[in-house]
Design a protein around this ligand. Structure first.
Ligand SMILES: Nc1ncnc2c1ncn2[C@@H]1O[C@H](COP(=O)(O)OP(=O)(O)O)[C@@H](O)[C@H]1O
Ligand SMILES: [Mg+2]
Length: 252
């Protein structure tokens, strides 16, 4: 059984169909990339899975349980936690305190919360910034803080919404290392990215959305060779470059 099952998910805003009959699975322990151009419906799908939107139709199962109509806090309590595309740290608080908030959400006592927070800061490579005010951090660190806060709530499924957008190539590499580290810890990841190259090296599977529809699903290697994906999104040039630079390393 997959950890997350998305079944025929449709989300309409009036006459606009943001997600149209989307189905896919996220296997336990895997990293699944959700990619597609702007407006493809990626964030809307996240909002449905994480309980922020009630889907127009379709079903969502998390760990075998029907979570379609559960509110966000209950979905999070069950272990499916997301970050936001637009980061929103508690600016007047330190990095450590921001992460402690996440740990306390789990009902941890003071000592446990501190050890959880410190572990999450270290996993997200923020231990040096622990005493800094969150509001003053550069965007790369803010994105990592967003990850650390979500992580501190103890998720089994961590959903990252464009955690790498706006980052430099060095910061992207670091973010990918962090994602690999989380996977090694047994956390399942659903990663929304606009930047295809970023996700190709870590994803076990990639789901491609375009205009609210799933147009492809497969290994990174399958995806870069998929005619529909090339047409809708990548462009033949991109595929050639990706093959040449050998950035598709996972799954062949
Ligand atoms: N709350 C909303 N109300 C109305 N339309 C929305 C809302 N959220 C998203 N949309 C529309 O749904 C489509 C998909 O948006 P979104 O899920 O944000 O795409 P992505 O994250 O892939 O860029 C877009 O056309 C967007 O304008
Ligand atoms: Mg989005």
């Amino acid at each position: 059984m997959a950890l997350l099952e998305v079944r025929n998910l449709t989300m309409k805003f009036g006459s606009l169909v943001a997600c149209n009959d989307v189905s896919f699975d996220v296997e336990k322990g895997s990293v699944v990339g959700l990619i597609g151009p702007n407006g493809a419906g990626k964030t809307t799908l996240f909002n449905c899975v994480s309980g922020f939107y009630k889907p127009t139709s379709g079903k969502l199962f998390f760990d075998g349980r029907d979570v379609t109509n559960l509110p966000a806090y209950e979905v999070a309590r069950l272990g499916a936690v997301r970050t936001f595309q637009v980061v929103r740290p508690l600016k007047e608080m330190t990095v450590l305190d921001n992460v402690l908030v996440g740990a306390f959400l789990r009902g941890a006592d003071n000592e446990t919360a501190h050890s959880v927070a410190e572990e999450c800061l270290s996993l997200c490579r923020l231990e040096d910034k622990s005493g800094n005010l969150a509001g003053g951090l550069p965007i790369g660190y803010k994105k990592r803080l967003e990850m650390a806060r979500a992580l501190a709530t103890g998720p089994t499924l961590l959903m990252l919404d464009e955690a790498m957008a706006g980052l430099t190539s060095t910061e992207i590499k670091e973010a990918l290392e962090i994602i690999k580290g989380l996977r090694e810890r047994g956390i399942t990841l659903l990663v929304v990215e606009h930047i295809m190259e970023a996700i190709m090296s870590v994803a076990d599977k990639v789901v491609v959305l375009d205009g609210g529809e799933k147009i492809a699903e497969g290994t990174p290697r399958d995806i870069v060779e998929d005619e529909r994906v090339i047409k809708a999104y990548l462009g033949a040039k991109f595929t050639e470059r990706l093959k040449r630079t050998g950035e598709v390393t996972k799954n062949g």
